[in-house]
Design a protein around this ligand. Sequence first.
Ligand code: FEO
Length: 395
Amino acid sequence: MKQLVKNNVHWLGYIDWELESFHGDDYSIYNGSSQNAYLIQEEKTVLIDTVWAPHRFEFIDNLKKEIDLNEIDFIVVNHGEVDHSGALVDLMKEIPDTPIYCTANAIKSLEGQYGKHDWNMNVVKTGDSVDIGNGKQLIFVEMRMLHWPDSMATYMTGDNILFSNDAFGQHFAVEELFNDRADQCLLEKEAMKYYANILNPFSPLVARKIEEIVALNLPIDIIAPSHGAIWRDNPMQIVEKYAAWANNYQEDQLTIVYDTMWEGTTKIAHKIAEAAREVSPETVVKVFNCAKADKNEIMTEVFKSRAVAVGSPTNGNDILSSVDGWIHFLKTLKFKNKKAATFGCYGWSGESVKILKESMADAGFEVIEESISSLWNPDEEDFSQAKALVESLLK
Ligand code: FEO
């Protein structure tokens, strides 16, 4: 059912406590999520976004409990991805003449996904606005590549609400709706995970867009994203975090990622962690077996790190497929300004460290010369190299 956001603006979405993944299985979800749609009832009645297709009939039924669908003057589609546009086709069957406001790219994405319909499409660009009565307007701001070419935000004057769509969102189920009522640790963690795993590749664009939004000097009382908590308590805190995250973010952290065949590479990973504690006691150290740990959670830790150490034994003249796949994903996230070290065991040909160095350089990391490559089981001589490796990595 609808929940009050402010004055004549209500949340009307779907809180999904059962969702376990997103983008297929490419993004893990442990704390639920939501698809946030919003209903504005000024002199004009406006629907901003909808919900994912599996929840479309419940969404439309809930909408009907609040209003006669024919009262909707227009619909704003901030983004065509199916988690926000999934109810549109069935909704438009009921109100086929209702105008839709979206970017030119959103028309491509809607038609690409749902086919061509004879809908009343209205293309908007940054700065375009629509009067909604009572002295209030909706102003559109294109958010190209945050995170799709069709993405857009909508700003409501008078109530000073920025409907930001995916930007500033989190995959996080918050029944209490607002950031000040949410679990603060989870809120920050999920907002960062969302940024690291979805938005980081577009960080240069994020930085420019934030400068653009700040330069508009619009008062912002509420940031209402399309996933997770609505930011009403100090809403600019998430904008400030995005500004920091978009600028080659790092904390004093080392993340060690590896897979192993017969535990030799595990032993080197732990020895590197031990050396880091000795060389740089203030540095946070985290260790993950990437064949067992969640890849998105590891990426969030890499996002926070100033350095990583990546290990694999040699198998089939190459690295293990778990590590190879993980580095492939790492490359797509385009992390910058981070160092990397490499390590691994081998029994015969021993290519893994060389391949890891090439792969991590290809993923955009500054790979240090020092590495640990251990024949059969790592011994004290191998372990003794950990200190020099960590000194080079963290200096
Ligand atoms: Fe939440 Fe890009 O969709």
